[in-house]
Design a binder for this molecule. Sequence first.
Ligand code: ZN
Ligand code: ZN
Length: 307
Amino acid sequence: MENTRSATDIFRLLADDTRVSILRAIAVAQHELEEVGSGAAELAFSEIYEHVDVENTSKLSYHLGELTGIYLQKSNGGYSLSHAGERIVRFILSGNYEQPSSFGPEPVDGVCVFCGEEALEAKLSHQFFRIDCTACEQQVTGQPISPAQVRTRDDESLLQSVKVRSAEDARQIQRGMCPECGAHLSVDVIAVPESPLPDADPFVVTSSCKECLREYNSPLTYSVVYHPASIAFHWDRGVDVTARGLWEFHEHLYEGRWTSEQKSSDPDEYEVVLRHGEDAVRLYLDSTATVVRTERVRGESGEFRHS
Ligand SMILES: [Zn+2]
Ligand SMILES: [Zn+2]
């Protein structure tokens, strides 16, 4: 593996129609060849030659040589896509470099985390899916969305897909994995007493990726929603939290049913309580927001804190 090539060199390799069609042709041919349960097919030189419009075999051989090592890997069985080749060819095929078509503003269910009004509206803004409160005019949530995600869905199913992705991302983040690049995340719990969020949860979990530089922030309470103890607790009460978008948790935080508290320091320990009806699940977290212990409590009502 060559690690010394600059990003410019790597992208320059793709500034050629034949090479882009080679990558496409390999993806298409693999798609046609693959049988259920088989791994990615390797394509022989002759198979690629059949699928690519190129003058002669020596030209193809030259271009394959240029792509191999970065976008392709070569073995005795033939050529297949490397990690970078996969990422690039899926990006090209899905058209995810295009502008997504517009969406919204559409009213959505839920409560504003800042003012408690049921006045949420979703729309696409600069290629982000965002939800704003029309009562207090604050943004309550925003998340990246891909053009293919928008293009292949109607409004209802788009909204569902945003929930699915936010739940999946949150689960990976909670396990210390960057959803963008897969690298390990460094996690901190920070007290934000001046936060505009309800007093019920004065802590924010920041998870940062030192590799791709993405940063993810979440109220401490939300960071445990997709923990198995919470999923099971809510499931037993008829609620599938894995099908909910983060903005659908705002009412619990706003109304003080979900709370967080620092129980001890040095080492730091936090307690998150998620209440539902008369019952609650308590999750105890260490300084890296890892859940170390959980318990269920029956008849916890009367302890609600209203902000
Ligand atoms: Zn509001
Ligand atoms: Zn990353």
